[in-house]
Design a protein around this ligand. Structure first.
Ligand code: SF4
Length: 340
């Protein structure tokens, strides 16, 4: 049986019509599924028992469980979530004074094999469904409400997995979470982070996927990027830049380049100058990130002075740049550290 959260709305509409129920039931069912994230059809209190029985006969509901919650002294919470087949992913809740951000996963493991990333070492197991991606947000929303008495304000798709290799589920997720039937989080507050799959970036523009786009760049030349991001060999920088320009021309949304500073690898003055040159090719800004080490990592964090010199070169080149604060390092919940 299919999970009802993974069927297109049109299929639900056809089901309601076939069973001669009034069409307003579609909206009611969607509210239960996406705003309340019910775990059983019997919780859909305003749906007549007969229709609930029919739904039960044809569809299932996402099964997921919290396996573990770890808390960092800075307030960041990392949650290990398991699904029906015991596949596990991590999701992170990051409370700050002005916002509460969740960082969620889109694949179990990742085929990306990036040299700086902890997730890469576990290989690729499977894609998550739209319902499983959404379940992470709902779980963290419950935790935010019960522990902090606050609601989620921002969503970053930067956890385990390369989101654009799971395009349909991720695009549907973005559109649902920003919709009135879902959590109604503004598209401005949802960020999808990818190493860059050009054809999918162009599709995001064509499909008007409701989120912002960040590119995990980490090196501004093919020579260096090939060494740390194997997918760059398949999709080199000129192709990526072409797709970003296409994306901007349709969406008018500025691109964010994420740049992890790795000691002695991509943190020199020449590296910074190459980054300035690249940024001038598309309306963009840069987030510099200090590397968070993890067991078995081959790279080290750049010294603070090197990071500030790097930033100064970008500022002198009139690039909009900031050094992103990383949270959750003590529980391995920071960027590149998710591993399960
Ligand atoms: S950085 Fe992203 S694409 Fe690369 S291995 Fe990690 S999760 Fe996959």
């Amino acid at each position: 049986m299919k999970d009802i959260r993974n069927i297109p709305k049109k299929e639900l509409e056809a089901f309601i019509k076939e069973n001669k129920a009034p069409m307003f039931r579609v909206q009611q069912i969607e509210n239960w599924l996406w705003r309340n994230f019910v775990g059983s059809f019997d919780e859909m209190l305003n749906i007549p028992a007969q229709l609930r029985t029919l739904l039960k006969k044809h569809y299932t509901l996402t099964v997921f469980q919290t396996e573990k919650i770890s808390e960092s002294p800075d307030g960041t919470l990392k949650v290990l979530v398991s699904f029906y087949d015991k596949a596990m992913v991590e999701a992170v809740l990051i409370p700050e004074s002005q916002r509460v951000t969740v960082c969620i996963s889109t694949q179990v493991g990742c085929p990306g094999a990036c040299a700086f990333c902890a997730t890469a070492s576990m290989g690729f197991k499977r894609n998550l469904t739209k319902a499983e991606i959404y379940a992470q947000v709902m779980l963290l929303q419950e935790i935010a409400e019960s522990r902090l008495n606050r609601s989620i304000s921002n969503v970053v798709i930067m956890g385990m997995g390369e989101p654009l290799l799971n395009y349909n589920a991720v695009a549907d997720f973005c559109n649902m979470i920003s919709s009135e039937n879902g959590l109604h989080i503004s598209a401005q507050k949802i960020t999808l982070s990818s190493v860059g799959i050009p054809e999918k970036i162009e599709r995001m523009a064509d499909d008007n996927v409701r989120c912002k786009l960040a590119i995990s760049l980490h090196a501004a030349t093919n020579e260096k990027r090939d060494k740390i991001i194997p997918l760059n060999k398949k999709h080199p920088l000129p192709q990526l830049m072409k797709s970003l320009n296409y994306y901007y021309s349709i969406s008018h949304k500025e691109i964010t380049f994420e740049y992890l500073l790795l000691k002695g690898f991509n943190d020199s003055r020449e590296d910074a100058e190459a980054l300035v040159k690249l940024c001038r090719k598309v309306p963009s800004k840069v987030n510099l990130i200090a590397f968070n080490s993890f067991p078995g990592a081959n790279y080290e964090r750049s010294p603070d002075l090197v990071m500030s010199d790097f930033m100064a070169v970008l500022e002198a080149g009139r690039i909009n740049v900031r050094l992103r604060k990383s949270r959750g390092g003590s529980i391995n919940a920071a960027c590149g550290q998710l591993l399960h």
